[in-house]
Design a protein around this ligand. Structure first.
Ligand code: GLU
Length: 329
């Protein structure tokens, strides 16, 4: 059974690009007769806010996009992420990284990747992490060993004198994967992200760990997201493999740009649903425009999300970026 998902980070208002991704993931799942869920990616502590997440859920519901299951908040998932780290540690796939941001800037020789980041060059590879066992063995609170089998005792996994950053040691070689929109892809994750950070020095679980663990735990079969995340897909596939999780299908949608082609930034940042509706643009008109931009309609015309299901077909979805109508800005 198809299970699609939309996984926003509650760091701000959902703009038209986010809403387009939400609608495409919903339409794809519905067209296949499947289910669709929303997951709140609030793992990145301070930048994420519960109230922003609630607003996002309200906007989605106003467009007719409601999660078929209880919304999962990643801030509630620490035990699962610790389990995943423990499994990777048992498989000798983790190493501690002591590089600071400054070290990484000095080390950088590779060109910037498409998302502007440089791949991690693997400087700390080969370092040995004593792991949860060693920490808990030395702790007075410890009685059960590693965190893996004892989630209720897992706070012991945190070294008392601070956190250590952990990375996944990637195997060599490129990953071939299929994008439903962009076709066959071959990416070498070493040149895109390098060994991904899974646990941060500040004690937060990192994005790659959370997204891969949750897609696996929730049984997600299709991932639809913005093209800005295309470059991390091969890395996430490697992490799935390391965790023994199945590979979902992927589709990376072109971005939504401002009318002049610039990124939807601060100026056009008011382009959330509430801002548009308060300017007199009804939500049916917004859904109609989004549906048209996804190839479901011959022209933008007001409708409900459910009216678009029959017309949705991945072969009709344009790969290029789309621009917000100037009259909306
Ligand atoms: N939470 C991520 C974001 O809002 C999306 C993650 C994903 O779809 O894999 O950019």
């Amino acid at each position: 059974m198809t299970l699609g998902r939309f996984a926003p980070s509650p760091t701000g208002v959902l703009h038209l690009g986010n809403l387009r991704t939400a609608l495409a993931s919903w339409l794809s799942a519905r067209r296949a007769g499947g289910r669709w869920i929303v997951r709140m990616e609030d793992v990145d502590g301070p930048r994420c806010r519960r109230d922003l997440g609630e607003d996002q859920l309200r906007d989605l519901a106003a467009l007719g996009l409601e999660s078929d299951a209880t919304v999962l908040w990643q801030s509630d998932r620490s035990a699962a992420y610790r389990e995943a780290l423990a499994a990777l540690h048992r498989a000798s796939r983790l190493y501690p990284c002591r590089c600071t941001r400054k070290d990484l800037q000095l080390l950088a020789s590779a060109p910037h990747t498409e998302d502007g980041l440089r791949p991690y060059p693997g400087r700390c590879r080969g370092r040995v992490w004593e792991g949860f066992e060693a920490v808990s063995a030395g702790s007075s609170r410890a009685s059960g060993g590693g965190l893996g089998g004892h989630p209720e005792q897992s706070e012991q996994a945190v070294p008392p004198d601070g956190f250590v950053a952990l990375r996944l040691c990637l195997p060599d070689g490129a990953v071939a994967w299929e994008d439903r929109l962009l076709g066959p892809q071959v990416d070498d994750p070493a040149t895109l992200t390098g060994d991904p950070l899974l646990f941060r020095r500040d004690g937060c679980f990192a994005y790659h760990l959370a997204v891969v663990t949750d897609d696996g735990a929730q049984g997600v079969t299709e991932v639809v997201r913005g093209a800005d995340l295309r470059s991390v897909t091969a890395t996430q596939i490697r992490l799935q493999e390391a965790l023994g999780l199945p590979r979902p299908s992927y589709a990376h949608l072109g971005m939504v740009a401002a009318p002049d082609g610039s990124r939807l930034g601060k100026r056009a940042g008011a382009l959330g649903l509430a801002a548009l509706v308060s300017r007199g643009i009804p939500s049916e008109e917004i859904i109609g425009w989004l549906g048209w931009s996804l190839g479901c309609l011959g022209r933008p015309e007001p409708c409900a999300a459910a009216d678009l299901i029959q017309g949705f077909d991945w072969t009709q979805v344009p790969t290029e970026e789309v621009r917000v109508p100037a009259v909306w800005t």
